[in-house]
Design a protein around this ligand. Sequence first.
Ligand code: MTE
Length: 364
Amino acid sequence: MEKIAQKFEKDVIRRDVQWLTASRESSVSFTPLHALDGIITPNGLCFERHHAGIAEIDPNDYRLIIHGLVDKPLIFTLDDLKRLPRVNRIHFLECAANTGMEWRGAQLNGCQYTHGMIHTVQYTGVPLKLLLEQAGVKPAGKWLLVEGGDASGLNRSVPLDKALDDCMIAYRQNGEMLRPEQGYPVRLVVPGWQGNMWVKWLRRIEVGDQPWYSREETSKYTDLMENGKARKFTFVMDAKSVITSPSPQAPVKQKGFQVISGLAWSGRGKVTRVDVSFDGGRNWRPARLDGPVLDKCCVRFYAEAEWNGEPWLLQSRAMDDTGYVQPSKDDLRKIRGVNSIYHNNGIQTWALKTNGEVENVEVG
Ligand code: MTE
């Protein structure tokens, strides 16, 4: 069976952008969005972003420590975590740098590369709230430092309110134990917030009274504005969408009936509506949302259309339940300039050519 899949589906793999990737261990690989449907990303196809390789942690030796401004510092083994009441939640994880290479113009020919730093997974684990309640956060405790057990010791500050609201200590993805590259055996889930905060190989949570201003939240993962000042803490990933098919890696093969398919998401809540345009944003029509529409989760949309071989400028535009509408790239740049790497949620344009090929372009 595996051989058949290897023969006919062998191109459905994570890929690197060669000029960006020194080695996959200390870099990034991209989810093949153009080859997927529905909302769940199969485990072996989830993009990976490692700051210093994949840590190898024996689950029997795994420990999670909670300390700082708590009544009772605690250490949990993996078995301790598995004995606690558990929940299942489906969420997207988007790297803040997703689409980051497109700030100055269309660069990469494929939604795998322009938008593939996202995956949507069902996580099984323990609400972080439960662990914090067991430790007893002191009244002065307002922030958490969350730290990974990899060589980068990646650490971030998370506001206590968010931790108590919906953060999870996850040990399973899509049913099986986390993959090593996703933080085996335990990672933090921070629904709707930038992927960098979803610490993998989570080993330490310290409760404090203010943010730590660690490297990853000061020199990195902040937005450098036109005037040279950087925004402090852009945690939430705003509403965004992309047409995954047709797209440069999924060209149109024949004229006639076409299923336009894509993904939309919002870190602020639920996607309420997606519009698609065939003429670069002059006219819009509502797409059909199909499958589950969940909080801080990807939703699948479809729009059916006849293609007679004329050029199309395909776009999608997401809206969420806060009333937010995904901006055009021009509107985004008016506010943000082009110094940023992070948080580019501008509307993507694909040019469908008369021969069925699709190209990454911008319309001005
Ligand atoms: N956690 C640790 N410990 N080390 C890391 O390098 N990378 C972060 C985050 N958590 C990272 C980490 C970044 S930048 C992102 S975008 C996500 O993990 C990527 O998660 P993934 O590899 O499951 O796609």
